[in-house]
Write a protein that binds this ligand. Structure first.
Ligand SMILES: C[S@@+](CC[C@H](N)C(=O)[O-])C[C@H]1O[C@@H](n2cnc3c(N)ncnc32)[C@H](O)[C@@H]1O
Length: 345
């Protein structure tokens, strides 16, 4: 390498490092764009900033600062005539887009999460979550008891994110010989609804915390399109999982501390008949196509609940320690994998 090339490399490394360190501004700018509904305002076509500012009720100069920050991150385009227009990334910010990321982006930037990040060093040093230090109680208890808007934002984010994967996950499950399915920690019920729609012979149960199932999707509630085939239970799955089903789904829930995971899996095993299938649907660290997203979530789980993302091998160990036979890990055609086990007796 010539001296000039080495110097160029150093400059590129410095630039890259600064970009990494400024990552928080990407989150802030995306959240501001969602709050202002800029993506919706651009639906009608390219607009000058002054015109856009009038519609979203923002100051034109500062809106331009926000738009240029987003354009530099490849979200929205700025045309030669100075107008802004949509591109593939920016369309995902629309709240009613079929593939909207608005809910998940809002959650990633939510103040209750943001306040935990300054304590990441402590979390790593001490090997424990920081919610008690920051909020005085466990993270889920805190948002459900004290910050219902944050709890609602989490549920919305999970439902929005499920929208990207539920169809594929449902297709990856062979339920032709099953009669009943339970989704444990199933949020507002996006996955179980998708599974029930795809399999008209099935009955299903959604179990999640009381405050979450109170906001279950209308299709599952009394009078809803799936209500006669669906039961909804509001409780802590670490206390019990009082459901007998042929298939138990656990999607993106066993990411907290291992003791909670073991309690949940043991509750499933205790209530299940021999032969019941236990299907854990998650991003697995050794199979993820999105390493940066997965490791970011891994750090979040550390700082908020003392949890982590698992490898296939760790899921196998957790099944075995819970007395459930581990069978296989399979892809789902999404970033999620499916680890499956069987209750043997
Ligand atoms: C990351 S979200 C995943 C939700 C859903 N399975 C999905 O993939 O969209 C974790 C879910 O676990 C639920 N949860 C957390 N602690 C729980 C507990 N102790 N008992 C039951 N559900 C719980 C949360 O309310 C939330 O809906």
């Amino acid at each position: 390498m010539t001296e000039q090339t080495a110097e160029q490399q150093t400059q590129a490394d410095i630039s890259r490092m600064k970009e990494l360190a400024w990552g928080l501004t990407s989150t802030a700018a995306l959240v501001a764009a969602i709050d202002l509904r800029v993506a919706e305002a651009l639906d009608a076509g390219p607009r000058q900033c002054a015109d856009l500012a009038q519609q979203v009720e923002a100051d034109p100069t500062t809106l331009q600062q926000l738009m240029d920050a987003l354009v530099s991150r490849d979200v929205f385009e700025r045309r030669d005539d100075g107008t802004y227009e949509h591109n593939g990334l920016s369309r995902l910010l629309r709240q009613d887009d079929a593939n909207s990321v608005a809910g998940i982006v809002k959650w990633i930037g939510y103040p209750e999460l943001w306040r935990l990040w300054p304590r990441l060093t402590d979390a790593v040093r001490e090997g424990k979550p920081q919610s008690v230090e920051v909020y005085g109680k466990d993270f889920f208890r805190y948002i459900h008891e004290d910050e219902p808007q944050a709890a609602q934002a989490l549920s919305n984010a999970m439902t929005g994110a499920s929208n990207h994967t539920s169809e594929q996950v449902a297709k990856s499950l062979d339920l032709s010989r099953s009669a009943t399915v339970a989704d444990i920690g199933g949020g507002q019920g996006h996955l179980i609804s998708t599974v029930l729609r795809a399999n008209p012979h099935l009955r299903g149960t959604l179990l999640d915390l009381e405050g979450v199932v109170a906001e279950a999707l209308p299709a599952l509630r009394s009078g809803g399109e799936l209500a006669d085939r669906a039961a909804v239970i509001g409780m802590d799955c670490r206390d019990d999982v009082p459901v007998e089903a042929d298939v138990y789904l656990l999607k993106n829930i066993l990411e907290w501390d291992d003791a909670s995971t073991l309690k949940t899996l043991q509750n499933v095993r205790r209530n299940a008949r021999p032969g019941a299938r236990v299907v854990v649907v998650e991003t697995l660290t050794d199979r993820t196509p999105e390493p940066m997203v997965t490791t970011s979530l891994d750090l979040l789980l550390l700082v908020n609940v003392g949890g982590r993302k698992h490898s296939s091998q760790h899921v196998e160990e957790l099944f075995t320690r819970s007395g459930i036979r581990f069978d296989s890990v399979r892809p789902t055609g999404t970033f999620l994998a499916m680890a499956e086990g069987t209750v043997t007796e």
